[in-house]
Every structure is written in structure tokens, then in C-alpha cells.
Write a protein that binds this ligand. Structure first.
Ligand SMILES: NC(=O)c1ccc[n+]([C@@H]2O[C@H](COP(=O)([O-])OP(=O)(O)OC[C@H]3O[C@@H](n4cnc5c(N)ncnc54)[C@H](OP(=O)(O)O)[C@@H]3O)[C@@H](O)[C@H]2O)c1
Length: 440
């Protein structure tokens, strides 16, 4: 049996679950892999705090650098989160030739390029399966299994909190605030939900997935982002009526361009997902990533995208790999990440659903149709509704679905529509996901 010393940076939700798994499954892992993974040092912010998993005296310390420097620590697992000191500690470990496993999406989405280059330079592992999709293997399939596949699109529901909220709003008719409060009560949402509901978490994850899928440098700042705060029960009703469901979608497309260049369109926003699309059935706090490749066709990976246990499972898989590779004197290679052109949001193309509240007077439709045609946005369907109970007499609601159009053209259309005196309000603008091969 090969004993491998593990140094842990962070002993919170995921760190505690990992240590418990090493304790309970260490023997079985040893029998299968010949590796005896030993937790030799654990860094925390406050060593005096009570812990849910016991470790021998002296293992838990307050000095994270000392854990990285400890000669007994051969593999470093970073589970503290945040950018600093995690970034400096990982760079230090890699420079010392120690493989690193991390679940830190925020850090990778900001400084992935620098960290991947440092790992390549020293030829040691930097593994991060848990950074996207918790326990769902998403990184390794893209990085290894699909290494020879020209991936065209990565499309995912990668944030469990927002998926839970939207599922409750869709299935129970709750408003956003009510569904958020329920998610907080059940532990699916943080007290400060900003990172989830405003799409920051999903943006970090799709930046990482796009980087691996296309072999290019994409950061969280490159991702066009809209969250779910503005989604209303009326949007969900309209979605249902048109055969869709609203999901917070994170998407990355490889966009055709001149030979030798790579351009990617990356965005996070609430979108109308056709009911026969595989992503439409991803409910509650579950996550899924849908991949489309030129040769492999369509693939989907589905499961629990967060939580201590599922996430520790992904970390443990990486840890076994990193420890085994170290014993063999090898490492997983990510290859070099090329620079890419990030396609500005104005150039993105999709279909749009636009809902207007208008004065019920002749000529309204003609004026609105003129605004669409002035900007080359063609209308696929239009529906005029009777005013609802809460609407003022003499108003009506018109719902347009466009054909695929450039985002900039749709925005210009909306600017013109807003100036039409019979248009009382542009109630909602939601993008549509293209149809996929329908579920059997
Ligand atoms: N939780 C999930 O479901 C999940 C899913 C996927 C990915 N992740 C990622 O996994 C990582 C860990 O998440 P978590 O939920 O386990 O976080 P957590 O519960 O907040 O735990 C963080 C741990 O890091 C320690 N720590 C923080 N700053 C430190 C510092 N400067 N020096 C030493 N120790 C420090 C904390 O010490 P104290 O205990 O003393 O405060 C705590 O033990 C994050 O990158 C997160 O994004 C989490």
C-alpha cells in the first residue's frame, strides 16, 4: 500500500464530508487503488471552532501556508473558497510540485488561465471536477472523453438554487419572493442569494465549461448575464401556454469565424425551454449539462449539482486520480488554452418572446409590426389576449414570438416600440432556446 499525505485547506461543508468519506471508505479505496490516503493536515480560519468530524489533535491548524509547506503533505485539496488566499496557496503548492484538487469555481473562473499555466509548467495535476456541477462528472468528460470532439454547444442548468425557485414558481404558482423564502428555509438558498439569483454562480461555471470544451480562455467577466429576479408568474403562464418552461440557462457556443480563430458566445439568462427538450425535465435543485458535438451528437449529464456529500464525491475522485498520478510520476494535461474572441451580446442570435400591454385601439398592431420590420426582425407568431381581471378596460396584451434574430436588432426594435403612444408597457422579453432532438 502506498501512503499519500493529504493536506486540506478548508474544513467546512465539503471539507468535512471529504474527511468523513476518507475515514469510512479509505480501506475500500486502498483495496482498489493501492493508495492509503491520509489526512495529515487541515487548515481552517478558526481552529478553536467545533467540527462535525473528529481528527486527531494537532491535525487542524490555523496556518494554511504551513499546510502547503508541510513535507508530509503530498497532495493539496483546496476547499476554502474565494479568490485569496486560495489563489496564492494553490500557486505555491503547484510550484512546489504538489498536485492540487479544488472545488473553487469563483477562483477558476477568474484566474483559471494563470493556474492552468502554472500546473502545465510544473507538470503536476490541477483537478477541479467539483467546481462545476457538484457531484456530476462534467469536467472530466469534456476534458478527457471529448478531447477529440469538436464541441459546438454546452448548455446547462448549473445552479440548483435558481432551478428550485423557478420549479416552485412554475408548479405551485408562487411569486419570486415566496419561492425564494421557501428555498432559504429549506437550505437551498443562502441568506444573501445574490450570487445565485443574479447569475454570478452560473456565469463562473459556464466560463469554466466553455474553457475546457473549446480549449480557450473564458472568464466569468466574458459571460453576458441576467438573473431571475425579474421573472414573473405571468412569464411562466405564457411559457406554459406556448409549450415551454422557464429555466436559468447557461450556454456557450462555438461561433464560426475565419480559419484558425475561435469565437465563443457565452451567456446566462432565463430562457424558454421547449417542453420536449431534455433540459425541460430538470426540476428542483437538480443540475444538468447538455453537450452537442459535431460527431458525437447530443449528450446530457444530470444529477445533484451541490451539497457536501455529492461535491465531496467529485473531490474524492480527483484526489484518487491525483495521488495515483503522483505515484506514477505523471499528470492529466489540459493542453494550452488559446485566446478566443468573445462574441458581444449584440451579435448573439436567438428567438425572442415579447409581451406588450397596449391600448386596445386600431392601428396598434400595424405600428408594432413596422418597428419589427424596420430592424429586420421577423415575427413567427402573434397572439392577442383578452384583458385580465387586473388590467384596465381598453387595454390588451399582445405576445409576439420572433424568428431567430440578432440581439442588437431586437433591442433596436424594442427601443422603437417603447416610443409608440399606444404601447403602454413592454411587459417582458424572454429568449427562447432552440429545439433539440425531442425526448423519445
Ligand atoms: N457546498 C457546496 O455544495 C459546494 C458545491 C460545489 C462547490 N463548492 C465549493 O467548495 C468550496 C468549499 O465550499 P464549502 O461549502 O465547504 O465552504 P464552507 O462551508 O464555507 O467552508 C470553508 C472552509 O474554509 C475555511 N477557510 C476559509 N477561509 C480560510 C482561510 N483564509 N484560511 C484557512 N481556512 C479558511 C473555513 O474555516 P472555518 O471553518 O474556521 O470558518 C471553512 O472550514 C468553495 O469553493 C465552494 O464554491 C461547494
Amino acid at each position: 500500500m502506498n501512503s499519500v499525505g493529504v493536506g486540506l485547506l478548508g474544513f467546512g461543508t465539503v471539507g468535512s464530508a471529504l474527511v468523513a468519506r476518507l475515514r469510512d471508505q479509505g480501506q475500500a479505496i486502498g483495496a482498489r487503488t493501492g493508495l492509503d490516503l491520509q489526512t495529515v493536515r487541515v487548515a481552517v480560519r478558526d481552529p478553536a471552532k467545533g467540527r462535525v468530524v473528529d481528527l486527531p489533535d494537532g491535525v487542524v491548524v490555523g496556518d494554511a501556508e504551513a499546510v502547503v509547506d508541510d513535507p508530509e503533505v503530498e497532495v493539496v485539496v483546496e476547499l476554502m473558497g474565494g479568490v485569496e488566499p486560495a489563489r496564492s496557496l494553490i500557486l505555491k503548492a503547484l510550484a512546489a510540485g504538489k498536485p492540487v484538487v479544488t472545488a473553487n469555481k469563483e477562483l477558476l473562473a477568474r484566474h483559471g488561465g494563470e493556474l492552468f499555466a502554472a500546473a502545465e509548467a510544473t507538470g503536476v495535476d490541477l483537478l477541479f471536477e467539483a467546481a462545476v456541477g457538484g457531484g456530476i462528472p462534467m469536467v472530466r468528460p469534456l476534458r478527457e472523453s471529448l478531447a477529440g470532439e469538436p464541441v459546438e454547444t454546452v448548455l446547462g442548468i448549473v445552479n440548483g438554487t435558481t432551478n428550485y425557485i423557478l420549479t416552485r414558481m412554475t408548479e405551485e404558482g408562487s411569486g419570486y419572493a415566496e419561492a425564494l423564502a421557501e428555498a432559504q428555509e429549506l437550505g437551498f438558498a443562502e441568506a444573501d442569494p445574490t450570487a445565485d439569483v443574479d447569475g454570478h454562480d452560473a456565469a463562473a461555471k459556464i466560463a469554466i465549461l466553455a474553457s475546457i470544451a473549446f480549449g480557450v480562455q473564458v472568464t466569468a467577466d466574458d459571460v453576458y448575464r441576467e438573473g431571475i429576479r425579474a421573472v414573473t408568474p405571468a412569464d411562466l403562464r405564457e411559457a406554459e401556454r406556448s409549450g415551454h418552461v422557464v429555466k436559468l440557462v447557461a450556454a456557450a457556443d462555438r461561433v464560426p469565424g475565419p480559419v484558425g480563430t475561435v469565437a465563443v458566445a457565452v451567456r446566462v439568462y432565463p430562457a424558454l425551454v421547449p417542453l420536449n427538450h431534455p433540459l425541460a425535465s430538470v426540476r428542483d435543485s437538480f443540475n444538468a449539462v447538455f453537450v452537442q458535438g459535431s460527431h458525437v451528437g447530443e449528450l446530457m449529464l444530470y444529477g445533484r449539482g451541490a451539497g457536501g456529500d455529492p461535491t465531496a464525491s467529485a473531490v474524492l475522485g480527483d484526489l484518487v486520480d491525483a495521488a495515483g498520478n503522483r505515484r506514477l510520476g505523471t499528470a492529466a494535461r489540459l493542453g494550452s488554452m488559446r485566446a478566443a474572441r468573445i462574441v458581444p451580446v449584440g451579435e448573439h442570435r436567438c428567438e425572442f418572446m415579447i409581451r406588450l400591454l397596449v391600448t386596445d385601439r386600431s392601428g396598434v398592431l400595424a405600428s408594432v409590426a413596422t418597428a419589427f420590420s424596420d430592424h429586420d426582425v421577423s415575427i413567427r407568431s402573434m397572439l392577442q389576449e383578452e384583458p385580465g381581471d387586473l388590467d384596465v378596460d381598453g387595454t390588451s396584451r399582445i405576445v409576439f414570438i420572433s424568428h431567430e434574430a440578432r440581439e442588437a436588432d431586437v433591442r433596436a426594435t424594442l427601443t422603437d416600440i417603447a416610443t409608440i403612444d399606444t404601447v403602454i408597457n413592454i411587459e417582458s422579453v424572454i429568449r427562447l432556446l432552440p429545439e433539440s432532438t425531442p425526448l423519445p
